[in-house]
Ligand binder design. Structure first.
Ligand code: SF4
Ligand code: SF4
Length: 105
């Protein structure tokens, strides 16, 4: 079991309030607004924390690089993947890569 799996497992016991508090804490650390891929549409929709919540809802169409690897949330969770706003959260990408054994474009 790697760091991401351990961290997710440890969150299973959280109450809804604790989970919301945790999401708020990590959203405050999210560096997406400084990324070239991030858009004003995403900003206006207050989209953040794609690594946990999943893809952007129609606001991000182009991949222009990803600064997730240097984000403190990546250090905290030990993410293996990037470009979450376009390709899905860490859990989804792990599932899809495991299923098809290939890279999602
Ligand atoms: S890893 Fe990426 S998506 Fe997740 S909080 Fe950091 S910058 Fe945002
Ligand atoms: S998930 Fe990665 S690519 Fe998307 S906006 Fe955040 S840092 Fe940029």
């Amino acid at each position: 079991m790697d760091k991401f799996e351990e961290t997710i497992l440890s969150m299973w016991g959280m109450t809804r309030e604790e989970r919301e508090e945790s999401d708020e804490k990590f959203a405050a650390l999210c560096t997406c607004p400084s990324c070239p891929t991030y858009t004003s549409c995403a900003k206006n929709a207050r989209e953040l924390l794609f690594c946990l919540t999943g893809k952007s809802f129609l606001c991000i169409q182009e991949e222009k690089g990803c600064i997730c690897p240097s984000c403190p949330v990546t250090m905290e969770f030990g993410f293996r993947y990037t470009l979450f706003c376009r390709r899905g959260n860490e859990k989804t990408q792990r599932y899809e890569h495991g299923l098809w054994g290939t890279k999602m474009i």
